[in-house]
Design a protein around this ligand. Sequence first.
Ligand SMILES: [Zn+2]
Length: 270
Amino acid sequence: MRPVEPTTQGAWLLTQGSNIFLLEGKLPEGKAEDFQLTGRLAIEIGRWNGAPLWLITEREAEQEDSREYTSLRSQLHLPEVQFNLLNRGVEINHFLKTHRFCGKCGSKMIMAKDELAVQCENSACSYRTYPVICPSIIVAVRRGKQILLANHQRHQQEKMYTTLAGFVEVGESFEQTVQREVFEETGIQVKNIRYLGSQPWAFPNSQMVGFLADYAAGEIRLQEAELQDAQWFDYDKPLPNLPPQGTIALKLINATLALCADDDKSAVEK
Ligand SMILES: [Zn+2]
């Protein structure tokens, strides 16, 4: 982390929580002085359009920033590599904001020089800690030519139906989390759990690990604190409002719908 020189070139990522600063829908690119960033503390976190990508660390709350910020979610249309870099910046900023003091002795933390970490400035302690990522599973469940989709309480307004998800608890395997979450939220038991892909999700510091699973047993029984509704949807009938392009949720849904279609086709052939 170092103060930015007026002529430092690159792309500039300013974050506030899970929001980022965009100029005409894009990250500002060019000289620091053109964006009033001279002297701000920055960390190079990757490459953006062939130039360094600088994360400007968030200032203390009392210092005003009149810029307008946009949710990181608005950038899901970007190529995965770029979207993930923005996640990286947001998550590093969250880490720095929440690790200003040592968890062991209470002294101030400073950036480590040799790696992305913070270290206690008290030399008798020197505790070092790293950006924290919280894994959560996300899973699409299939039963023959049907997919299980849920309307979560938080998506009630937009009537969006999506996959099930939840944080991994300490001491659990991902597969155990998949089984526990699906059962807790819907009363359904699953089998044949397969990994499909993952997505960093900086809201604020999660890592979504995506799985496909097959129905094993049970009837839908809603966990009402989490879900507004859950239903089995036929792949070849009109589907509800689904999550946006670029999300691992939609990738899992599309993979499951393709399996439903295959299943249906082979059933016809038999
Ligand atoms: Zn310490």
